[in-house]
Design a protein around this ligand. Sequence first.
Ligand code: GDP
Length: 294
Amino acid sequence: MFESLGNKLQDILEKLGRERQLTEAQVKASMREIRMALLEADVNFGVAKDFVARVSEQAVGQQVLGSLNAGQTVIKLVHDELVQTLGGESAQPSLDKKNNVWFMVGLQGAGKTTSSGKLAAHYKKLGRKVLLVAADTQRPAARDQLEVLSKQVGVPVLKVNDGESPAETKARIEEHLARDPRDLVIVDTAGRLQIDEGLMNQLAALKAELQPTETLLVVDAMTGQEALNVAQAFDERIGVSGLIMTKMDGDARGGAALSARSVTGKPIYFAGVSEKLSGLEPFYPDRVAGRILG
Ligand code: GDP
């Protein structure tokens, strides 16, 4: 695992001696390489800097571990800290017996609609009664896309009308639930190509009306550095309770996940791993830590 980085560190650390404890000089030399590896994996610069500072503090004076050499010991420390920063264990969104409302937010193209369909398929399989809500009041095409997915999954869909107010949407959802009880309502919202104040206001108003039990931010893993700004803006403006990282099947190295998780402190619940409805997996921090170290 991490062979190229491990070999490089080993060469550097060999020159600095073979003490049984990591020295300050060793840690300093290896952290330069670790920072490079993080930046190559598209971790945001500030996040990488903070991360390296945190690991450096822990590493100086650490025993070189049993069968490992100094380079491997450093890698293990970094790997363990990456796993912790990414959330430790894989986590699940909260789900009560009934009345669950999940609000899906994110930039256009991130994979919100696809992820809404995937979640519907996943939870339907687990025995949940799902209702999909297509809540983009401006783009009929986005609503049609969710309708197509809802048919594939075999769950009902409620499409908002052009220009409908949040109060009207809420009333229509309630009316639907009164005639067709559902325990998980997944609301796919409008997106824009960039952070947009008008959209943020609209989402905040809809969220205030619907009072969701989870607000899931969908982040494209391929966006690298930009993921930090997106996550920060949505969390500050809308309030996010968890993250979904899409397009993890691409060649993204996982930097976006580390940045989005670091800046919000919110759990990453799922990874999108294909365009298909079945392409949703729990997010495993240890796998992604491995990918980041390359
Ligand atoms: P939205 O604008 O946020 O609703 O994004 P869409 O759900 O329409 O997705 C945008 C594009 O990304 C579509 O072509 C999807 O098929 C694709 N997509 C979404 N999630 C994934 C994923 O996990 N892996 C891959 N490879 N493609 C994805």
